[in-house]
Design a protein around this ligand. Structure first.
Ligand code: FA5
Length: 526
Protein backbone atom coordinates (compact mmCIF):
# COMPACT_ATOMS: atom_id res chain seq x y z
CA UNK A 1 0.00 0.00 0.00
CA UNK A 2 2.80 2.37 1.02
CA UNK A 3 4.49 1.67 -2.27
CA UNK A 4 1.25 2.34 -4.16
CA UNK A 5 0.67 5.74 -2.57
CA UNK A 6 4.25 6.69 -3.29
CA UNK A 7 3.91 5.64 -6.89
CA UNK A 8 0.70 7.48 -7.49
CA UNK A 9 1.91 10.74 -5.97
CA UNK A 10 5.08 10.98 -8.05
CA UNK A 11 4.21 14.00 -10.18
CA UNK A 12 5.78 15.58 -13.22
CA UNK A 13 6.46 19.30 -13.23
CA UNK A 14 3.41 19.90 -15.44
CA UNK A 15 1.21 17.88 -13.14
CA UNK A 16 2.44 19.87 -10.15
CA UNK A 17 1.75 23.15 -11.96
CA UNK A 18 -1.78 22.06 -12.87
CA UNK A 19 -2.46 20.74 -9.37
CA UNK A 20 -1.34 24.01 -7.80
CA UNK A 21 -3.46 25.99 -10.27
CA UNK A 22 -6.52 23.87 -9.44
CA UNK A 23 -5.84 24.26 -5.73
CA UNK A 24 -5.66 28.02 -6.04
CA UNK A 25 -9.15 27.97 -7.60
CA UNK A 26 -10.40 26.98 -4.11
CA UNK A 27 -12.68 24.22 -5.27
CA UNK A 28 -14.08 25.99 -8.32
CA UNK A 29 -13.81 23.92 -11.46
CA UNK A 30 -11.44 25.22 -14.09
CA UNK A 31 -11.61 24.83 -17.86
CA UNK A 32 -8.66 24.04 -20.14
CA UNK A 33 -8.06 27.63 -21.22
CA UNK A 34 -8.10 28.92 -17.62
CA UNK A 35 -5.70 26.15 -16.63
CA UNK A 36 -3.41 27.05 -19.53
CA UNK A 37 -3.44 30.72 -18.54
CA UNK A 38 -2.74 29.94 -14.89
CA UNK A 39 0.09 27.46 -15.51
CA UNK A 40 1.72 29.06 -18.55
CA UNK A 41 1.38 25.71 -20.38
CA UNK A 42 -0.48 25.32 -23.65
CA UNK A 43 -3.99 23.85 -23.42
CA UNK A 44 -2.97 20.41 -24.67
CA UNK A 45 -0.12 20.08 -22.19
CA UNK A 46 -2.30 21.37 -19.34
CA UNK A 47 -5.04 18.85 -20.19
CA UNK A 48 -2.56 16.00 -20.58
CA UNK A 49 -1.30 16.74 -17.07
CA UNK A 50 -4.90 17.01 -15.82
CA UNK A 51 -5.69 13.57 -17.25
CA UNK A 52 -2.68 12.12 -15.47
CA UNK A 53 -3.78 13.77 -12.22
CA UNK A 54 -7.28 12.38 -12.71
CA UNK A 55 -5.82 8.88 -13.09
CA UNK A 56 -4.11 9.36 -9.75
CA UNK A 57 -7.34 10.55 -8.14
CA UNK A 58 -6.03 14.07 -7.54
CA UNK A 59 -8.52 15.87 -9.77
CA UNK A 60 -11.82 15.03 -11.46
CA UNK A 61 -12.64 15.86 -15.08
CA UNK A 62 -16.22 16.37 -16.07
CA UNK A 63 -17.06 16.12 -19.78
CA UNK A 64 -20.10 17.53 -21.52
CA UNK A 65 -20.58 16.64 -25.19
CA UNK A 66 -22.56 19.03 -27.36
CA UNK A 67 -23.55 18.89 -31.01
CA UNK A 68 -23.46 21.80 -33.44
CA UNK A 69 -25.47 21.88 -36.65
CA UNK A 70 -24.78 23.74 -39.88
CA UNK A 71 -26.38 23.71 -43.34
CA UNK A 72 -24.50 21.87 -46.08
CA UNK A 73 -24.12 23.49 -49.52
CA UNK A 74 -27.22 21.65 -50.73
CA UNK A 75 -29.02 22.48 -47.47
CA UNK A 76 -28.24 26.20 -47.89
CA UNK A 77 -29.65 26.13 -51.42
CA UNK A 78 -32.87 24.39 -50.35
CA UNK A 79 -33.23 26.58 -47.24
CA UNK A 80 -33.18 29.59 -49.57
CA UNK A 81 -35.21 28.30 -52.50
CA UNK A 82 -37.38 25.56 -50.98
CA UNK A 83 -37.23 21.76 -50.98
CA UNK A 84 -37.72 19.95 -54.32
CA UNK A 85 -40.91 18.27 -53.07
CA UNK A 86 -42.32 21.70 -52.17
CA UNK A 87 -41.76 22.85 -55.79
CA UNK A 88 -43.12 19.58 -57.09
CA UNK A 89 -46.31 19.84 -55.04
CA UNK A 90 -47.17 23.16 -56.70
CA UNK A 91 -47.12 21.44 -60.13
CA UNK A 92 -49.51 18.58 -59.36
CA UNK A 93 -51.42 16.78 -60.76
CA UNK A 94 -49.16 15.61 -63.60
CA UNK A 95 -48.29 12.32 -65.17
CA UNK A 96 -45.11 10.89 -63.64
CA UNK A 97 -43.32 11.45 -66.94
CA UNK A 98 -44.33 15.13 -67.14
CA UNK A 99 -43.56 15.57 -63.46
CA UNK A 100 -40.02 14.28 -63.88
CA UNK A 101 -39.45 16.38 -66.99
CA UNK A 102 -40.35 19.57 -65.13
CA UNK A 103 -37.17 19.33 -63.02
CA UNK A 104 -33.76 20.51 -64.08
CA UNK A 105 -32.15 17.16 -63.50
CA UNK A 106 -33.02 13.57 -62.70
CA UNK A 107 -31.61 13.73 -59.17
CA UNK A 108 -33.95 16.55 -58.13
CA UNK A 109 -36.89 14.85 -59.83
CA UNK A 110 -36.22 11.66 -57.88
CA UNK A 111 -35.83 13.52 -54.58
CA UNK A 112 -39.13 15.32 -55.19
CA UNK A 113 -40.99 12.11 -56.12
CA UNK A 114 -39.64 10.09 -53.20
CA UNK A 115 -40.29 12.73 -50.58
CA UNK A 116 -43.76 13.62 -51.92
CA UNK A 117 -44.74 9.99 -51.46
CA UNK A 118 -42.92 9.60 -48.16
CA UNK A 119 -44.49 12.70 -46.67
CA UNK A 120 -47.90 11.58 -47.92
CA UNK A 121 -48.35 14.77 -49.97
CA UNK A 122 -48.96 12.86 -53.21
CA UNK A 123 -49.91 9.40 -54.45
CA UNK A 124 -49.59 7.50 -57.71
CA UNK A 125 -52.80 6.82 -59.65
CA UNK A 126 -53.12 4.76 -62.84
CA UNK A 127 -54.85 6.64 -65.64
CA UNK A 128 -55.09 5.30 -69.21
CA UNK A 129 -52.13 3.05 -68.59
CA UNK A 130 -49.95 5.87 -67.25
CA UNK A 131 -48.88 6.73 -63.74
CA UNK A 132 -50.25 10.04 -62.52
CA UNK A 133 -48.93 11.93 -59.49
CA UNK A 134 -51.93 13.30 -57.62
CA UNK A 135 -51.86 15.59 -54.55
CA UNK A 136 -53.48 14.09 -51.41
CA UNK A 137 -54.37 17.44 -49.84
CA UNK A 138 -51.99 16.87 -46.95
CA UNK A 139 -49.14 19.43 -46.85
CA UNK A 140 -47.77 18.94 -43.31
CA UNK A 141 -44.82 16.86 -42.17
CA UNK A 142 -44.24 15.76 -38.60
CA UNK A 143 -47.00 17.73 -36.88
CA UNK A 144 -50.43 18.78 -38.23
CA UNK A 145 -50.23 22.23 -39.77
CA UNK A 146 -46.42 22.32 -39.57
CA UNK A 147 -43.39 21.15 -41.54
CA UNK A 148 -40.69 20.26 -39.10
CA UNK A 149 -37.87 19.72 -41.59
CA UNK A 150 -38.54 23.06 -43.27
CA UNK A 151 -38.64 24.71 -39.82
CA UNK A 152 -35.27 23.14 -38.93
CA UNK A 153 -33.74 24.39 -42.19
CA UNK A 154 -35.19 27.87 -41.62
CA UNK A 155 -33.73 28.16 -38.09
CA UNK A 156 -30.36 26.76 -39.23
CA UNK A 157 -30.31 29.36 -42.02
CA UNK A 158 -31.07 32.20 -39.61
CA UNK A 159 -28.54 31.11 -36.99
CA UNK A 160 -25.60 29.81 -39.04
CA UNK A 161 -23.83 27.37 -36.70
CA UNK A 162 -26.21 26.39 -33.93
CA UNK A 163 -26.01 24.04 -30.94
CA UNK A 164 -28.47 21.22 -30.71
CA UNK A 165 -30.08 22.62 -27.56
CA UNK A 166 -30.72 26.04 -29.13
CA UNK A 167 -31.96 24.54 -32.37
CA UNK A 168 -34.43 22.22 -30.62
CA UNK A 169 -35.67 24.96 -28.29
CA UNK A 170 -36.31 27.28 -31.22
CA UNK A 171 -38.41 24.61 -32.92
CA UNK A 172 -40.33 23.85 -29.73
CA UNK A 173 -41.15 27.55 -29.36
CA UNK A 174 -42.94 27.58 -32.72
CA UNK A 175 -44.28 23.99 -32.67
CA UNK A 176 -45.51 23.11 -29.20
CA UNK A 177 -46.22 19.50 -28.08
CA UNK A 178 -43.27 18.13 -29.99
CA UNK A 179 -41.29 15.52 -28.08
CA UNK A 180 -37.49 15.40 -28.19
CA UNK A 181 -37.43 11.90 -29.65
CA UNK A 182 -39.36 12.76 -32.80
CA UNK A 183 -37.41 16.00 -33.17
CA UNK A 184 -34.19 13.99 -33.15
CA UNK A 185 -35.61 11.70 -35.85
CA UNK A 186 -36.27 14.72 -38.12
CA UNK A 187 -32.77 16.04 -37.40
CA UNK A 188 -31.32 12.62 -38.20
CA UNK A 189 -33.22 12.52 -41.53
CA UNK A 190 -31.77 15.89 -42.52
CA UNK A 191 -28.24 14.81 -41.55
CA UNK A 192 -28.07 11.19 -42.63
CA UNK A 193 -30.76 10.65 -45.26
CA UNK A 194 -30.83 14.05 -46.97
CA UNK A 195 -27.37 15.45 -46.26
CA UNK A 196 -28.81 18.95 -45.82
CA UNK A 197 -27.33 19.50 -42.35
CA UNK A 198 -23.97 18.48 -40.94
CA UNK A 199 -23.16 18.12 -37.33
CA UNK A 200 -20.01 18.13 -35.28
CA UNK A 201 -19.47 17.26 -31.66
CA UNK A 202 -17.49 19.27 -29.15
CA UNK A 203 -16.56 18.20 -25.69
CA UNK A 204 -16.50 20.78 -22.93
CA UNK A 205 -14.31 19.80 -20.02
CA UNK A 206 -14.23 21.17 -16.51
CA UNK A 207 -11.59 20.15 -14.05
CA UNK A 208 -11.81 20.31 -10.24
CA UNK A 209 -9.34 19.28 -7.59
CA UNK A 210 -10.32 16.35 -5.33
CA UNK A 211 -9.88 15.98 -1.56
CA UNK A 212 -6.71 13.90 -2.09
CA UNK A 213 -5.41 16.63 -4.38
CA UNK A 214 -5.92 19.23 -1.67
CA UNK A 215 -4.23 17.02 0.90
CA UNK A 216 -1.20 16.54 -1.34
CA UNK A 217 -0.88 20.26 -1.94
CA UNK A 218 -1.25 20.89 1.79
CA UNK A 219 1.72 18.56 2.44
CA UNK A 220 3.77 20.85 0.21
CA UNK A 221 4.72 20.64 -3.47
CA UNK A 222 7.86 22.19 -4.84
CA UNK A 223 8.29 22.78 -8.53
CA UNK A 224 11.68 21.99 -9.75
CA UNK A 225 12.61 21.60 -13.42
CA UNK A 226 13.01 17.92 -14.23
CA UNK A 227 15.39 16.48 -16.78
CA UNK A 228 13.70 14.27 -19.32
CA UNK A 229 16.90 13.10 -21.01
CA UNK A 230 20.46 12.41 -19.96
CA UNK A 231 22.62 14.04 -22.61
CA UNK A 232 26.37 13.53 -23.25
CA UNK A 233 26.76 17.17 -22.24
CA UNK A 234 25.19 16.57 -18.82
CA UNK A 235 27.44 13.55 -18.30
CA UNK A 236 30.62 15.35 -19.41
CA UNK A 237 30.08 18.41 -17.27
CA UNK A 238 28.65 16.47 -14.32
CA UNK A 239 25.67 18.84 -14.35
CA UNK A 240 23.35 15.87 -13.87
CA UNK A 241 24.42 15.67 -10.22
CA UNK A 242 21.79 16.96 -7.84
CA UNK A 243 19.16 17.31 -10.59
CA UNK A 244 15.79 15.57 -10.59
CA UNK A 245 14.96 13.30 -13.50
CA UNK A 246 11.51 12.89 -14.93
CA UNK A 247 10.06 9.62 -13.67
CA UNK A 248 8.43 7.06 -15.93
CA UNK A 249 5.36 5.18 -14.84
CA UNK A 250 5.81 1.77 -16.34
CA UNK A 251 2.34 0.79 -15.16
CA UNK A 252 0.56 3.24 -17.42
CA UNK A 253 -1.51 1.58 -20.14
CA UNK A 254 0.19 1.73 -23.50
CA UNK A 255 -1.04 1.28 -27.05
CA UNK A 256 -1.54 -2.38 -27.86
CA UNK A 257 0.86 -3.75 -30.46
CA UNK A 258 -0.09 -6.58 -32.77
CA UNK A 259 3.04 -7.96 -34.38
CA UNK A 260 2.83 -9.94 -37.61
CA UNK A 261 2.16 -13.62 -37.08
CA UNK A 262 1.15 -16.72 -38.95
CA UNK A 263 -2.59 -17.21 -39.49
CA UNK A 264 -4.01 -19.34 -36.63
CA UNK A 265 -5.40 -21.88 -39.08
CA UNK A 266 -2.06 -22.19 -40.88
CA UNK A 267 -0.39 -22.78 -37.50
CA UNK A 268 -2.75 -25.66 -36.84
CA UNK A 269 -2.03 -27.14 -40.27
CA UNK A 270 1.70 -26.82 -39.56
CA UNK A 271 1.26 -28.49 -36.19
CA UNK A 272 -0.56 -31.45 -37.77
CA UNK A 273 2.27 -31.80 -40.27
CA UNK A 274 4.82 -31.75 -37.47
CA UNK A 275 2.99 -34.37 -35.43
CA UNK A 276 2.74 -36.85 -38.33
CA UNK A 277 6.32 -36.18 -39.34
CA UNK A 278 7.45 -36.82 -35.77
CA UNK A 279 5.47 -40.08 -35.84
CA UNK A 280 7.60 -41.22 -38.79
CA UNK A 281 5.24 -40.36 -41.67
CA UNK A 282 6.20 -38.78 -44.99
CA UNK A 283 3.98 -36.17 -46.62
CA UNK A 284 2.67 -36.83 -50.12
CA UNK A 285 0.82 -34.62 -52.60
CA UNK A 286 -1.61 -35.68 -55.28
CA UNK A 287 -3.63 -34.08 -58.04
CA UNK A 288 -6.60 -31.94 -57.25
CA UNK A 289 -8.32 -33.17 -60.38
CA UNK A 290 -8.82 -36.90 -60.24
CA UNK A 291 -10.49 -39.49 -62.38
CA UNK A 292 -13.58 -41.16 -60.97
CA UNK A 293 -11.37 -44.28 -61.12
CA UNK A 294 -9.07 -43.21 -58.28
CA UNK A 295 -11.68 -41.20 -56.41
CA UNK A 296 -14.32 -43.98 -56.45
CA UNK A 297 -13.80 -47.14 -58.51
CA UNK A 298 -10.43 -48.26 -57.20
CA UNK A 299 -11.84 -47.63 -53.72
CA UNK A 300 -14.59 -50.16 -54.46
CA UNK A 301 -17.28 -47.48 -54.40
CA UNK A 302 -20.11 -48.92 -56.54
CA UNK A 303 -20.85 -47.00 -59.73
CA UNK A 304 -24.40 -46.30 -58.56
CA UNK A 305 -23.32 -45.01 -55.09
CA UNK A 306 -25.20 -41.78 -54.16
CA UNK A 307 -21.93 -39.94 -53.31
CA UNK A 308 -20.95 -40.23 -56.99
CA UNK A 309 -23.95 -38.31 -58.16
CA UNK A 310 -23.78 -34.83 -59.67
CA UNK A 311 -25.42 -33.27 -56.63
CA UNK A 312 -22.57 -34.43 -54.37
CA UNK A 313 -19.55 -34.29 -56.66
CA UNK A 314 -18.13 -31.53 -58.85
CA UNK A 315 -17.67 -33.21 -62.25
CA UNK A 316 -15.63 -31.25 -64.77
CA UNK A 317 -17.75 -32.38 -67.69
CA UNK A 318 -14.71 -34.00 -69.33
CA UNK A 319 -13.24 -37.48 -69.66
CA UNK A 320 -9.67 -38.62 -70.08
CA UNK A 321 -8.36 -42.11 -70.94
CA UNK A 322 -7.05 -43.69 -67.71
CA UNK A 323 -3.30 -43.54 -67.24
CA UNK A 324 -3.38 -46.79 -65.25
CA UNK A 325 -1.90 -50.24 -65.84
CA UNK A 326 -4.54 -52.20 -67.85
CA UNK A 327 -4.14 -55.14 -65.46
CA UNK A 328 -5.22 -52.96 -62.53
CA UNK A 329 -8.23 -51.68 -64.50
CA UNK A 330 -9.22 -55.23 -65.40
CA UNK A 331 -8.91 -56.36 -61.77
CA UNK A 332 -11.00 -53.41 -60.51
CA UNK A 333 -13.66 -54.31 -63.08
CA UNK A 334 -13.70 -57.96 -61.95
CA UNK A 335 -13.78 -56.90 -58.31
CA UNK A 336 -16.86 -54.71 -58.89
CA UNK A 337 -18.66 -57.25 -61.04
CA UNK A 338 -18.12 -60.47 -59.04
CA UNK A 339 -15.43 -60.01 -56.38
CA UNK A 340 -12.53 -61.07 -58.61
CA UNK A 341 -10.64 -64.06 -57.26
CA UNK A 342 -11.62 -63.20 -53.69
CA UNK A 343 -14.29 -64.77 -51.58
CA UNK A 344 -16.48 -61.72 -52.33
CA UNK A 345 -19.63 -61.17 -54.33
CA UNK A 346 -18.55 -57.73 -55.62
CA UNK A 347 -21.37 -55.33 -56.40
CA UNK A 348 -22.78 -57.25 -59.36
CA UNK A 349 -23.87 -55.74 -62.69
CA UNK A 350 -21.56 -54.43 -65.40
CA UNK A 351 -18.72 -52.09 -64.45
CA UNK A 352 -18.36 -49.30 -67.05
CA UNK A 353 -14.90 -48.01 -67.83
CA UNK A 354 -16.26 -44.81 -69.35
CA UNK A 355 -17.76 -43.79 -66.00
CA UNK A 356 -14.38 -44.19 -64.32
CA UNK A 357 -12.80 -41.88 -66.92
CA UNK A 358 -14.89 -38.90 -65.80
CA UNK A 359 -12.77 -36.10 -64.39
CA UNK A 360 -13.79 -34.49 -61.09
CA UNK A 361 -12.53 -32.37 -58.22
CA UNK A 362 -11.44 -34.93 -55.64
CA UNK A 363 -14.10 -35.41 -52.97
CA UNK A 364 -11.64 -36.91 -50.49
CA UNK A 365 -7.88 -37.29 -50.19
CA UNK A 366 -8.28 -41.08 -49.99
CA UNK A 367 -7.95 -40.86 -53.80
CA UNK A 368 -4.40 -39.58 -53.29
CA UNK A 369 -3.22 -42.16 -50.74
CA UNK A 370 -4.65 -45.02 -52.79
CA UNK A 371 -3.01 -43.76 -55.99
CA UNK A 372 0.31 -43.54 -54.07
CA UNK A 373 -0.16 -47.03 -52.69
CA UNK A 374 -0.73 -48.41 -56.18
CA UNK A 375 2.74 -47.23 -57.20
CA UNK A 376 4.33 -48.29 -53.86
CA UNK A 377 2.82 -51.73 -53.22
CA UNK A 378 5.79 -53.02 -51.19
CA UNK A 379 5.83 -52.60 -47.38
CA UNK A 380 6.38 -50.54 -45.36
CA UNK A 381 4.39 -47.45 -46.40
CA UNK A 382 3.66 -44.69 -43.91
CA UNK A 383 2.43 -41.52 -45.61
CA UNK A 384 0.06 -38.65 -44.98
CA UNK A 385 -1.45 -35.84 -47.00
CA UNK A 386 -2.98 -32.53 -45.95
CA UNK A 387 -4.96 -31.11 -48.81
CA UNK A 388 -8.12 -29.59 -50.13
CA UNK A 389 -11.16 -31.54 -51.22
CA UNK A 390 -14.39 -30.42 -52.85
CA UNK A 391 -18.01 -31.37 -52.36
CA UNK A 392 -21.29 -29.88 -53.46
CA UNK A 393 -22.36 -28.82 -49.99
CA UNK A 394 -24.67 -26.12 -48.75
CA UNK A 395 -22.55 -23.85 -46.60
CA UNK A 396 -23.46 -23.85 -42.92
CA UNK A 397 -21.60 -23.58 -39.57
CA UNK A 398 -20.06 -27.05 -39.98
CA UNK A 399 -19.95 -27.52 -43.79
CA UNK A 400 -17.92 -25.93 -46.57
CA UNK A 401 -17.83 -26.92 -50.26
CA UNK A 402 -14.02 -26.69 -50.20
CA UNK A 403 -12.23 -27.98 -47.12
CA UNK A 404 -9.08 -29.72 -45.94
CA UNK A 405 -8.63 -33.35 -45.07
CA UNK A 406 -5.77 -35.01 -43.25
CA UNK A 407 -5.35 -38.40 -44.86
CA UNK A 408 -2.98 -41.11 -43.80
CA UNK A 409 -2.13 -44.75 -44.42
CA UNK A 410 0.12 -47.34 -42.80
CA UNK A 411 0.83 -50.48 -44.78
CA UNK A 412 3.08 -53.15 -43.32
CA UNK A 413 3.28 -56.79 -42.42
CA UNK A 414 1.32 -57.51 -39.27
CA UNK A 415 -0.24 -54.08 -38.67
CA UNK A 416 -3.70 -54.33 -37.16
CA UNK A 417 -6.89 -52.49 -36.42
CA UNK A 418 -5.56 -51.85 -32.87
CA UNK A 419 -2.52 -50.08 -34.35
CA UNK A 420 -4.91 -47.86 -36.32
CA UNK A 421 -6.81 -46.82 -33.19
CA UNK A 422 -3.53 -46.23 -31.33
CA UNK A 423 -2.15 -44.10 -34.13
CA UNK A 424 -5.25 -41.88 -34.23
CA UNK A 425 -5.43 -41.63 -30.44
CA UNK A 426 -1.78 -40.50 -30.37
CA UNK A 427 -2.45 -37.84 -33.00
CA UNK A 428 -5.49 -36.40 -31.24
CA UNK A 429 -3.76 -36.46 -27.86
CA UNK A 430 -0.83 -34.56 -29.34
CA UNK A 431 -3.33 -32.06 -30.76
CA UNK A 432 -4.66 -31.52 -27.24
CA UNK A 433 -7.85 -33.59 -27.30
CA UNK A 434 -7.49 -36.06 -24.43
CA UNK A 435 -10.94 -37.61 -24.80
CA UNK A 436 -11.56 -39.43 -28.05
CA UNK A 437 -13.72 -42.39 -28.91
CA UNK A 438 -14.35 -44.63 -31.91
CA UNK A 439 -17.79 -45.60 -33.10
CA UNK A 440 -18.58 -48.23 -35.69
CA UNK A 441 -18.85 -46.60 -39.13
CA UNK A 442 -19.31 -47.57 -42.74
CA UNK A 443 -17.18 -46.80 -45.81
CA UNK A 444 -17.34 -48.98 -48.96
CA UNK A 445 -13.55 -49.31 -48.92
CA UNK A 446 -12.79 -50.29 -45.30
CA UNK A 447 -13.67 -53.19 -43.03
CA UNK A 448 -13.83 -52.71 -40.09
CA UNK A 449 -14.68 -49.01 -40.31
CA UNK A 450 -14.90 -46.45 -37.51
CA UNK A 451 -15.83 -42.86 -37.00
CA UNK A 452 -13.53 -40.85 -34.76
CA UNK A 453 -15.14 -38.53 -32.26
CA UNK A 454 -13.58 -36.06 -29.84
CA UNK A 455 -15.14 -34.70 -26.70
CA UNK A 456 -15.44 -30.98 -26.13
CA UNK A 457 -17.14 -29.85 -22.92
CA UNK A 458 -19.12 -27.14 -24.78
CA UNK A 459 -20.20 -29.38 -27.69
CA UNK A 460 -20.25 -32.94 -26.39
CA UNK A 461 -18.99 -35.69 -28.75
CA UNK A 462 -18.17 -34.47 -32.28
CA UNK A 463 -17.45 -36.56 -35.34
CA UNK A 464 -14.18 -35.47 -36.92
CA UNK A 465 -13.18 -38.20 -39.30
CA UNK A 466 -13.43 -41.71 -40.69
CA UNK A 467 -10.97 -44.59 -40.58
CA UNK A 468 -10.63 -48.30 -41.17
CA UNK A 469 -8.62 -51.14 -42.67
CA UNK A 470 -8.78 -51.23 -46.48
CA UNK A 471 -10.84 -54.13 -47.77
CA UNK A 472 -9.11 -56.72 -49.89
CA UNK A 473 -11.40 -55.61 -52.74
CA UNK A 474 -9.31 -52.40 -52.68
CA UNK A 475 -5.81 -53.72 -52.01
CA UNK A 476 -5.91 -56.83 -54.20
CA UNK A 477 -6.28 -55.12 -57.62
CA UNK A 478 -3.33 -52.80 -56.94
CA UNK A 479 -1.09 -55.65 -55.83
CA UNK A 480 -0.86 -54.80 -52.12
CA UNK A 481 -0.56 -57.93 -49.98
CA UNK A 482 -0.49 -56.56 -46.44
CA UNK A 483 -2.99 -54.74 -44.26
CA UNK A 484 -3.50 -51.04 -44.92
CA UNK A 485 -4.67 -48.84 -42.08
CA UNK A 486 -6.33 -45.68 -43.45
CA UNK A 487 -8.02 -42.54 -42.18
CA UNK A 488 -9.38 -39.25 -43.44
CA UNK A 489 -9.93 -36.50 -40.91
CA UNK A 490 -11.73 -33.20 -41.33
CA UNK A 491 -9.30 -30.43 -40.45
CA UNK A 492 -11.53 -27.34 -40.35
CA UNK A 493 -13.81 -28.84 -37.74
CA UNK A 494 -10.85 -29.72 -35.56
CA UNK A 495 -9.25 -26.29 -36.05
CA UNK A 496 -12.55 -24.62 -35.28
CA UNK A 497 -12.73 -26.44 -31.95
CA UNK A 498 -9.08 -25.78 -31.15
CA UNK A 499 -9.50 -22.07 -31.78
CA UNK A 500 -12.75 -21.82 -29.83
CA UNK A 501 -14.87 -20.94 -32.90
CA UNK A 502 -18.44 -22.08 -33.36
CA UNK A 503 -18.71 -21.39 -37.10
CA UNK A 504 -16.41 -23.07 -39.63
CA UNK A 505 -16.65 -20.01 -41.93
CA UNK A 506 -14.86 -17.88 -39.34
CA UNK A 507 -11.60 -19.67 -40.26
CA UNK A 508 -11.69 -17.99 -43.66
CA UNK A 509 -13.27 -14.66 -42.78
CA UNK A 510 -9.97 -12.92 -42.01
CA UNK A 511 -11.60 -10.83 -39.32
CA UNK A 512 -8.69 -8.54 -38.55
CA UNK A 513 -9.74 -8.06 -34.93
CA UNK A 514 -9.91 -11.80 -34.31
CA UNK A 515 -6.61 -12.36 -36.13
CA UNK A 516 -4.90 -9.71 -34.03
CA UNK A 517 -6.26 -10.96 -30.75
CA UNK A 518 -5.76 -14.68 -31.27
CA UNK A 519 -2.73 -15.69 -29.25
CA UNK A 520 0.02 -17.48 -31.13
CA UNK A 521 -0.28 -20.39 -28.73
CA UNK A 522 -4.07 -20.65 -29.04
CA UNK A 523 -5.16 -24.05 -30.25
CA UNK A 524 -1.63 -25.40 -29.98
CA UNK A 525 -1.01 -27.79 -27.16
CA UNK A 526 2.75 -27.77 -26.95
C1 FA5 B 1 -14.26 -39.47 -45.87
O1 FA5 B 1 -14.04 -38.51 -46.58
C2 FA5 B 1 -13.42 -40.74 -45.94
N1 FA5 B 1 -12.65 -40.70 -47.15
C3 FA5 B 1 -12.55 -40.90 -44.70
C4 FA5 B 1 -11.87 -42.21 -44.64
C5 FA5 B 1 -10.58 -42.33 -45.14
C6 FA5 B 1 -12.51 -43.34 -44.09
C7 FA5 B 1 -9.91 -43.57 -45.13
C8 FA5 B 1 -11.86 -44.56 -44.04
C9 FA5 B 1 -10.58 -44.68 -44.55
P1 FA5 B 1 -16.19 -38.32 -44.58
O2 FA5 B 1 -17.02 -38.02 -45.76
O3 FA5 B 1 -16.91 -38.71 -43.34
O4 FA5 B 1 -15.14 -39.43 -44.84
O5 FA5 B 1 -15.29 -37.03 -44.27
C10 FA5 B 1 -14.29 -37.06 -43.29
C11 FA5 B 1 -14.35 -35.80 -42.42
O6 FA5 B 1 -14.25 -34.64 -43.23
C12 FA5 B 1 -15.65 -35.63 -41.67
O7 FA5 B 1 -15.65 -36.38 -40.49
C13 FA5 B 1 -15.65 -34.16 -41.39
O8 FA5 B 1 -14.83 -33.85 -40.26
C14 FA5 B 1 -14.98 -33.59 -42.61
N2 FA5 B 1 -15.99 -33.05 -43.54
C15 FA5 B 1 -16.84 -33.74 -44.33
N3 FA5 B 1 -17.60 -32.91 -45.07
C16 FA5 B 1 -17.22 -31.65 -44.73
C17 FA5 B 1 -17.61 -30.35 -45.15
N4 FA5 B 1 -18.53 -30.17 -46.10
N5 FA5 B 1 -17.01 -29.27 -44.58
C18 FA5 B 1 -16.05 -29.46 -43.65
N6 FA5 B 1 -15.63 -30.64 -43.22
C19 FA5 B 1 -16.20 -31.74 -43.75
Amino acid sequence: MAEESERTTVLTVNEKKVLLALDSERGRAGDPSALAAETGLNEDAAMQAAFMLAQKGLCAIHEKKSFHYRLTVEGTEYAETGLPERHGLALLPLTLREFKQSFENEKEANIATNWLLRKGWARFDDKDGEKVVTPTGNTSWGSPGYNIDEELLRVAREEGEITEDVLLNRIKESIPDLDDRSLHCFLDDLVKKRNLLTHSATIERTIAITGSGHELVARGISIEEELAQLTPELLRTGAWRGRTFKTYDVNLPSKEEFPAKIHPYQRILDMMRRIFTEMGFTEIKGDLIQSAFWNFDALFVPQDHPAREMQDTFYLGAKQPLDVDERIIAKVKEMHEHGGSLNSAGWGGAWKKELSEELLLRTHTTAVTLWYLASHPEPPVKVFSIDRVYRRETIDPTHLPEFYQLEGIVMDKGVSFRNLLGCLATFYHKMGFPSIRFRPGYFPYTEPSVEVEVYMPEHGWLELGGAGVFREEVTNPIGVQYPVLAWGLGIERLAMLSLGLTDIRDLYRSDIDWLRKTKITQGLHI
